[in-house]
Ligand binder design. Structure first.
Ligand SMILES: *Cc1c(COP(=O)(O)O)cnc(C)c1O
Length: 427
């Protein structure tokens, strides 16, 4: 970065202002620095792999809006699509061509997903998918896995990973016991025994909200079998994995087809969005043609669908190959850094998703993830990296999201800086 004149704002001053009018100064708890210490930086702009804060400091960014950005920040093709859509109008409350286009792009790419309904967030998608599964099966009970996050709706905010995990809140107050009475929480990577009282099993096919925890061989297949045998709807929450780990998402990657899907993040190109989908017979239970009510003033928003459709059209087998190879370069580089420094750590990778777990133990579920986090290494590594100009998520339970904006140059520079961070950390 060229030398800059004195910045207009300091992060500290902005955070103080934010705290006066926004609880904790943030609009989503994962953005707070509670678990790593210090003050959040305020981003003024981004470009590709980089973000620039209000103090004009540059960071190589692995937050990438927690996976909502895959092409890199401020990709010109997305910016153009957003500008074009916005010039016509930002929302109408009527059907638009853009929502049909995005729905078609999703349905074409995800085998077995015959219809989708668009929402404005992943939370809404998961919440609505659960309601639909209950309506379809006529049953109330659902099963989720400890450490998986499916948004912040009442019934699903038990055993949630991500920000809930960082804050050490096992649950949230304000949720009536009745709202979670039908939510059973089971350990990830163990196939639960189901029966015909369950409406649905919802799972992150690759858990990415308790660090990165891939499914063990047989786990997803076992869920499919248990669900099929008991008439239970299997819901893949692909809000992170969808259109990130490959063209057809996790269902294609693992060759396991659920009954329903949740999408979000990538499919909005950085605009607020979510979607849930499934087999036609299930989806046709939705209002206005079926008895399960679900709605949204801004659902299928024309700006969001324009951005999302542009992203999906730009992602093909080749881009996913590039993404995975960049992520591999990052994970191998970080592994070597930790190894050379004698620091015990795991750097799991699945396709383009990367995680960091300190400690010698392999992490296959939330209990093991928590043990790794309790070693207390992440905040130290995070802060050294931040000082050196690498933005990791300010919590130990998040994945790293290298995207198409991260060239080999940025990845190699990140690995070099990690080497320096580790040196400082051991001093
Ligand atoms: C982010 C996320 C959600 C929630 O999406 P929002 O758009 O933040 O409401 C749901 N499920 C998973 C797996 C997620 O990672």
């Amino acid at each position: 970065m060229p030398a800059q004149s004195k910045p207009l704002h300091s992060n500290r001053e902005l955070f103080d202002r934010a705290c006066r009018v926004i609880p904790g100064g943030v609009n989503s708890p994962v953005r707070a620095f509670g678990s790593v210490g210090g003050t959040p930086f305020f981003v003024a702009k981004g470009k590709g792999a980089y973000i620039f804060d209000e103090e004009s400091k540059t960071y190589i960014d692995y937050i990438q809006s927690y996976g909502a950005i895959i092409l890199g920040h401020a990709d010109e093709r997305i910016t153009a699509a957003i500008r074009r859509a916005a010039e016509f109008g930002s929302t109408y409350g009527t059907p638009t061509l853009g929502e049909v286009t995005l729905a078609e792009l999703i349905v074409e790419r995800v085998d077995g997903c015959e219809m989708v309904r668009l929402t404005s967030s992943g939370t809404e998608a998961a919440m609505s998918a659960i309601r639909l599964a209950r309506g379809f099966t006529g049953r109330d009970k659902i099963l989720k896995f400890d450490g998986c996050y499916h948004g912040h709706s009442d019934a699903l905010l038990v055993g949630g990973g991500s920000g809930v995990a960082s804050l050490g809140i096992p649950d949230s107050v304000g949720i009536p016991a009745g709202a979670v009475a039908n939510t059973i929480v089971a350990p990830y990577n163990e196939i639960p025994l189901l029966d015909e009282s369950y409406a649905a099993v919802i799972v992150e096919p690759v858990a990415a909200n308790m660090g990165l925890v891939p499914p063990l061989p047989g786990f997803l297949e076992g869920l499919r079998k248990q669900c099929s045998e008991n008439g239970v709807a299997l819901i893949f929450d692909e809000v992170i994995t969808g259109f990130r780990i490959g063209e057809g998402g996790a269902s294609k990657y693992f060759g396991v087809t659920p009954d329903m899907w949740c999408f979000g993040k990538v499919i909005g190109g950085g605009m607020p969005i979510g979607a849930f989908g499934g087999r036609r017979e299930i989806m046709e239970m939705l209002a206005p043609i079926g008895p399960v009510y679900q709605a949204g003033t801004l659902s299928g928003n024309p700006i969001a669908t324009a951005a999302g459709a542009t992203v999906l059209q730009l992602l093909d087998a080749e881009t996913f190959r590039v993404l995975a190879s960049r992520a591999e370069r990052l994970s191998l580089g970080l592994k070597e850094v930790f190894n050379n420094a004698g620091i015990e750590a795991k750097v799991p990778r699945l396709s383009s998703l990367v995680g960091i777990f300190f400690g010698a133990e392999n992490v296959t579920n939330y209990a093991e993830a928590k043990r790794s986090v309790s070693l207390g290494m992440y905040p130290k590594f995070f802060n050294e990296m931040l000082t050196l100009g690498v933005a990791l998520a300010p919590g130990p339970y998040e994945a790293l999201f290298p995207g198409l904006g991260h060239g080999e140059k940025e990845i190699d520079h990140t690995v070099d800086l990690a080497g320096e961070a580790v040196k400082r950390l051991l001093k």
